[in-house]
Ligand binder design. Structure first.
Ligand code: NAD
Ligand code: MG
Length: 397
């Protein structure tokens, strides 16, 4: 893919060593690699060997580890390669600042917010996988992209599906969007069964292969909770226009309902490379080597209503959407803190939602954020409150 001037399109991948990052590099390879794209910056965290290998293979200008203690290791791994090396928050900022026209935002969690905002405000097209930054910064994030002049192209499979189904000439006729959810590994579990599950079982997603946080989030349905907020901001929807349906096969990636009763859906095999490729070559469709759907083999597609009693995350997302302001930032930060405590085996699986709800109840006042500093302040307060609640629960146990 060349630009108007005929030179390869420049791209940066924030979070290149993760599941989305690795898939993005695979798509880049499929679409011609160095002949088609010029890789400006790649960033990772702890996985230095993989980051160095990616930087050498792509001929990236800059490789950044978010973990400052790994700076020397990365420098050593890339010595003689001609790749510049940086680390920490300032390194991520440098990566986001390099003149790439297209930036994949694939860092996990709120850690991705600052560098993604930097890339957005200098006008890059943002391919957004890192939903947490949109959940926490909401309108401010959308406004930063608008002010920068670049495009915001969703990569989350559901939001990519909706983006593909939207008829922008008929926005007035849009009634609702329907996010599909696989239901995760505990779709048929009772709450008693869920109470004892481990991180190892919670991370085994039935259809998608993904990073740890989103896999656990799929099991608790907090991932869908974040996606409800993500959809509201991406597509400027009212909370009552955002619906969720459980669809265990993950073939229908999401749907859009219009005022004439029509529902338009996007389907595919569960492979993130389709959504990544769509974001990379938008508005053209690339040719990708991904498995094609075989409807005769599929035979059936199932749908069922989500159970908010067993999966309270969906109810909490509705509360966050209705309260507005920084409440979604609070929900997101509390969820990240509770998730970390679950992974460290300090709390159980069901405790995650209880901690998030307790934080949202305590920090119920949620004025709209007028600056990103307000978002970071709400995020920090939610993390502190969640940490206190987790400690109290541990002491009581
Ligand atoms: P992952 O855990 O596999 O990768 C995360 C990336 O972020 C890695 O490159 C890691 O080095 C980097 N990272 C981790 N902590 C960091 C920190 N503190 N500072 C800077 N960088 C850090 O995650 P993933 O599954 O690839 O998901 C990435 C994002 O994409 C998440 O927001 C997730 O919700 C979203 N997403 C993922 C999928 C998927 O299929 N994996 C699908 C839809 C959306
Ligand atoms: Mg998704």
């Amino acid at each position: 893919m060349t630009t108007d001037t005929g030179r390869p399109r420049r791209l940066t991948i924030l979070g290149s060593t993760g599941s989305i990052g690795v898939n993005t590099l695979d798509v880049v390879r499929q679409l011609g690699g160095r002949d088609t794209f010029e890789v400006m910056a790649l960033t990772g965290n702890g996985n230095i060997e993989l980051l160095a290998q990616q930087a050498r293979e792509t001929g990236a200008k800059l490789a950044v580890t978010a973990d400052e203690s790994q700076y020397i290791a990365l420098k050593d791994a890339l010595s003689g390669s001609g790749v510049d090396v940086a680390a920490g928050v300032s390194g991520l900022d440098e990566a986001a600042s390099l003149e790439a026209e297209w930036v994949m935002a694939a860092i996990v969690g709120t850690a991705g917010l600052a560098p993604t905002l930097k890339a957005a405000s200098r006008g890059a097209d943002i391919a957004l996988a890192n939903k947490e930054c949109l959940v926490s910064a909401g309108e401010l994030f959308v406004e930063a992209v608008r002010a920068g002049g670049g495009r915001l192209i969703p990569v989350d499979s559901e939001h990519s599906a909706i983006f593909q189904c939207l008829d922008n000439q008929q926005r007035h006729a849009l009634e609702r969007i329907i996010l599909t959810a696989s239901g995760g590994p505990f779709r048929t579990f009772t709450r008693d069964q869920m109470a004892g599950v481990t991180v190892e079982t919670a991370r085994t997603h039935p259809n998608w292969s993904m990073g740890l946080k989103i896999s656990v989030g799929s099991a608790s349905m907090f991932n869908k909770a974040l996606e409800m907020v993500e959809a509201k901001h991406l597509f400027s929807l009212r909370p009552d226009q955002v619906e969720v349906i459980v669809h265990p096969q993950s073939i229908v990636h999401s749907m859009v309902g219009y005022s004439d009763g029509s529902v338009i859906a996007q389907l595919g095999t569960p492979d993130m490379r389709t959504a990544i490729g769509y974001a990379l070559t938008y508005p053209r469709r690339p040719k990708l080597d991904v498995e094609r759907l075989d409807f005769a083999k599929l035979a059936r597609l199932d749908f069922e209503a989500p159970d908010e009693a067993r999966f309270p995350a969906l109810r909490l997302a509705r509360i966050a959407l209705e309260r507005g302001g920084v409440q979604a930032a609070i929900m997101n930060a509390a969820e990240e803190t509770a998730f970390n405590a679950f992974v460290e085996r300090r709390i159980g699986f069901l405790d995650m939602a209880e901690v998030v709800e307790a934080v949202m109840d305590r920090l119920v006042s949620c004025p709209p954020a007028s600056t990103i500093a307000d978002v970071f302040a709400a995020d920090a307060e939610a993390r502190r409150t969640a940490a206190q609640i987790i400690t109290i629960r541990e002491q009581a146990a």
